[in-house]
Design a protein around this ligand. Sequence first.
Ligand code: PEP
Length: 247
Amino acid sequence: MLVVGNWKMNTSHAEAIALAADVVRETEGIAGKAGVGVCPPFVWLDAVAERVRGTQVALGAQNVAAEASGAFTGETSAPMLSDLGCTYAIVGHSERRALFGETDADVAARARGAMAHGLVPIVCVGETLEERKSGDAEAVVRRQLEGSLDGLDVASDDALVIAYEPVWAIGTGETASPEQAQDMHATIRAALRQRLGDLASGVQILYGGSVKPGNAATLFAQEDVDGGLVGGASLDAAGFAAIVRAA
Ligand code: PEP
């Protein structure tokens, strides 16, 4: 199991440092059974790295460039993130896809960039409400998965994490039911099996979309739900720790 907090574009410098310290303290002893990670804004990565180094809390970035270096203004590369002590990089978050036009091909390039330098990409996929209502959710997620993993050479099951995040559940307070989550996670697992063979059973598939202390346990109890990617609720250390405990 793995629980990763996505702080998005939140926290001041001081708040990020305090939150990191609180997450380390609140998850001490719990993490061991479940992996824990936090993904602060890029500008606070260094400061948060100092607080989590040597603890049970892993560090992740909210995105990563496809390229290792060069003329890519505003981008941050995998070697830079590795240098800071990052383990994970989220790629293809629905906000990146919807607000910044990132395509499946862009997401795949970023995932390859991450992997080439030892970062574990957390590849996000998920359908919109219209796509679910029209019965296309599985087809959309399968297509996103195929495109977003294009050219990715997955050598071991811990080199890749998938996050299923239905867009209609992100930041809305609406959560997929445990059955809806399990159905889609099983679909994702089957698609991974076609691509990766036996490795697929060990790839962690996280659920994301309004995960809270009150709903985490039933979601995480589903067979193919291997933890969560948590947005809003990760900004409160005690609540986040309760979610980790549920894992
Ligand atoms: C997310 O942004 O990855 C997310 C799941 O957000 P929230 O938990 O706030 O819905």
